[in-house]
Design a protein around this ligand. Structure first.
Ligand code: UFG
Length: 340
């Protein structure tokens, strides 16, 4: 049974990926500092999979502690690195915190891997590295631009570090996520942002649950069919399964280059209004919303070309928007019931 270290495994995407890894027979060890996620994720993963992953509470910004954690798990076959701060607006206000956390933790992880001979690495990157793309669908060869936010820039810089660090002895796959939403079908785990959500789907589900009064739609004057911005929403379980395929590719030495990059999206763009409509129809409810100003830094339209992932990884997203919006609401409802 290959052991996989999942940094940031208590967070939204990390926890869903841990579930998918366990389902495929991998042993998962989670490294998390619990700064933006809770240990409760471990119990939720156990409830769903029947297996409790080991949790190692470690701050990866601390080089010595990182080394100690890796030494205890030097038999691991690969690392999937999710641990990072991710709030775009906060990163504009506190850029150094983002550079410090996201880049020091990456470098300490890579140095520890080098020290203990763990040679496979999967990175949690983002479509934000494409900036405002010249055309859609965006392929992996589309130019990478300086992202609008320090958060986005940490992803771009991280990819440059990883490219330089990948050689015949070290293999990396960087996965550029589009917009992950939805939840595991059990409704026992899902997205749980701290405070007021920045992202569309948790804002929608919290509005439906009565926690927020209404949803603000940021702009209806974009050059799209209904004027609202278009994104490539991808079910978090599809995204999770793509990581399992990528792990398998590295462990079984199927990769062609030492550093590979793949878009993870569905290839279909939906507008904000289309997402709202799907949410309302599938869940049989109606949402209070209002159109407001554009949000600074937002991209009008972005969706992925998924051909490279299909061809090289043999992976395509399987779940549709209806399944995404239903599972997101199922989780929010369950969670609020549990905590009422
Ligand atoms: N939106 C609203 N109202 C809200 C929240 C969002 O109208 O309350 C709109 C946004 O303007 C955007 C769309 O919904 O058009 C999606 O917004 P999100 O904040 O959910 O996602 P973004 O596309 O802005 O950002 C996401 C990730 C980032 C990542 C980026 C890469 O959150 O981490 O994709 O493309 F960098």
């Amino acid at each position: 049974m290959s052991k996989i270290i999942v940094t940031g495994g208590c967070g939204y995407i990390g926890a869903h990926t841990s579930i998918a890894l366990i389902a495929q027979g991998y042993q998962v060890v989670i490294f998390d500092d619990l700064s933006n996620a809770s240990e409760e994720s471990i119990s939720r993963i156990e409830k769903i999979t029947g297996t409790r992953p080991e949790l190692c509470v470690v701050d990866l910004k601390d080089k010595n502690k990182t080394n100690t954690a890796f030494e205890a798990h030097k038999d691991a076959s690969a690392v999937i690195h999710f641990a990072a701060y991710k709030a775009v607006k906060e990163s504009v206000e506190q850029p150094l915190q983002y550079y410090e956390n996201n880049l020091f933790s990456l470098i300490n992880t890579l140095v520890a891997q080098q020290k203990f001979g763990i040679k496979n690495f999967i990175f949690s990157s983002s479509a934000t590295v494409y900036g405002i793309p010249e055309s859609c669908p965006v392929t992996e060869n589309s130019p990478v631009k300086r992202p609008f936010s320090p958060y986005g820039n940490t992803k771009k810089i991280a990819e440059e570090i990883l490219e330089d660090n990948s050689n015949s002895g070290f293999s990396t796959i960087s996965l550029r996520y589009f917009n992950p939403i939805g939840a595991h079908k059990s409704g026992d785990i899902g997205e749980l942002p701290n405070g007021v959500p920045n992202n569309l789907m948790p804002f929608i589900t919290q509005t439906a649950a009565g926690i927020r009064k209404k949803l603000m739609i940021f702009g209806d004057d974009y050059p799209t069919k209904d004027g609202t911005a278009v994104r490539d929403y991808i079910h978090v379980m599809d995204l999770a399964e793509a990581h399992v395929v990528a792990v398998d590719r590295l462990i079984h030495k199927k990769q062609k280059e030492n550093f590979e990059i793949y878009n993870l999206g569905t290839g279909t763009g939906y507008s904000v209004l289309e997402v709202i409509k799907a949410f309302e129809t599938q869940n049989n409810l109606s949402l209070a919303y209002e159109i407001t100003e554009r949000r600074e830094g937002d991209v009008p339209i972005v969706f992925a070309s998924t051909e490279l992932a299909a061809k090289k990884l043999g992976w395509r997203a399987k779940r549709d928007l209806n399944s995404m919006v239903k599972s997101a609401w199922n989780w929010e409802k369950n969670y609020r019931k549990e905590n009422s």
